[in-house]
Design a protein around this ligand. Sequence first.
Ligand code: F6R
Length: 581
Amino acid sequence: MCGICASIGSGNQVQNVLRGLKDLEYRGYDSSGIAYLDKGEISLCRSVGQICNLEKKIDEKVCAKVLIGHTRWATHGRVCEENSHPHLSFKKTLAMVHNGIIENFETLKSEMKDVEFRSQTDTEVFANLIERQSGKNVEKLISASKIAKGSFAVAVIFKDEEKIYCAKRKSPLYVAYRKGQVMTASDISAFENKFEYFYILEDDEFAVLSEDEALFFDCNGEKIEKEKKNFEKVEFFDVFPDEKCFMRKEIAEEPIVLKRTFFKYFSEKLISEAVFQELRKYKSFHFIACGTAYHSGLLGAEFLQFFAKKSCSASVASEFRYGFQTIKKDCVYVFVSQSGETADTIACADLVKKKGGKVLCVTNVPYSSLNSLADFILPTFAGKEVAVASTKAYVAQVFTLLTFAGKIAGIDMEDELRKFVLNCKITQFDRSLFKEIYKFKKIFFVGRGQDYVTSLEGALKLKEIAYINCIGIPAGELKHGTLALVDEETLVVVTSTRGDLKEKIENNIQEIRARGGKILLLSQLDHNIDVEYKIKLEENLEWLMPIESIFYLQQLALEFCLEKGLDPDKPRNLAKSVTVE
Ligand code: F6R
């Protein structure tokens, strides 16, 4: 979490950095701040809350050619101005912005008896660690980085030099160049398209930025040459520019995302048959991811199991990481991640790779840290997702994994998938139905097989943006405990799209209704059973129904959120990119 953006150029960099920070706000919005060189001293301006608060606070007379900025998702220290970045070192010789966690900061802090700390952050300790080193500024940064443990992407300014210094370990950092301006940021989306090219910093690499050049160094202080990356290769698209609510916009983009994914995998044949041929040789596939991406992984496992008859399983990354796993040579480990920067997912991919396992990454961000570990990459084409709650990225992952399963199985799905993407549309959630169900304070989501996964995802969306305490569980598990909670004030959202399980789910509905629970049924099937509320799904290939059903559950969560007057794009306590453990 946290976003870094720093810029050095021939003109005033305030607006450039503020614009970049706004593009990174999805990474955290507890507080933000800037630091800049001002007549040989370092000045700070910081503010709690969203970037717009910082923007109002910055004096319009500020003119700085060297400027570092930060948007924070709090890890160490509560949300307040003192804990906001940038942080000044004790003697005020340098200021720094940081994304990551310095794991040994307590030990380091206890060794700095002469320093009066102004915040509770690990970053301030890192800033002081740099200040205590000797040599040139770049040497100070390199020495401090050798002592610091954990993850960091940092941008530092020293009061005695008009330059920006960068260091990176395990947190992403990019540098972009154009004549007269060099910028660094946590994500390339912070760079406007006027930049000529960009560089990706690798772990334990350092950069020194000046107005017209970016120099790179390894951890021995030796100068290194880095590959220039082209912006043309990075595809973003923005289809509903006037929509103010990103989550609504991103749900509306889902049909376009599906068309684009279909086009890439079928018309453009993005992945060659030789790659599928190679992957077919593996006996099993194990999916690893977090949150919503884990739900797509669960579906990916179901798809591959059904179509390709592969042995499949899935783990939440934070569990896999510390579990007692055996890495098998005949297994492909599939990592699903929108950002490609999720700390637990990256740690698992790293672990699998070190133990000789095969790594397949399904990611939405081309130059992500996760992709750098991949043996195989399946890109998703959701475009930039800004709202913290993942919607179109999930749909892109599910569709990509279904396509993948078909390809591995050697089944020709092209015509059916084309028909689906061409006809696919988002039907608005019925407002009058919503008014009926809004009164429920206790909500469960149930389903079987793929509909169970949809239930998990529907519940997660409602929890994270509308703060409603709800769960998703397998319909068959209800009677093993959870049914005790069902009463007249309970709404159970039942997703039923598997024809072969129609009667089973009808039995579950009976069990719920016998306890007074009310049902909202999402189905394309002809259920012969009384329920309070119904949403009729379109008839589609059964394996496409998880996409069809989630359109509604995403909108349901959005309606609850808006009705409660909450901001769907920036839910409390969360950030888009979870780059800490
Ligand atoms: C929920 C959500 C999160 C992410 C999770 C993994 O709406 O967005 O649960 O899915 O943090 O993030 P990525 O996919 O970037 O690895």
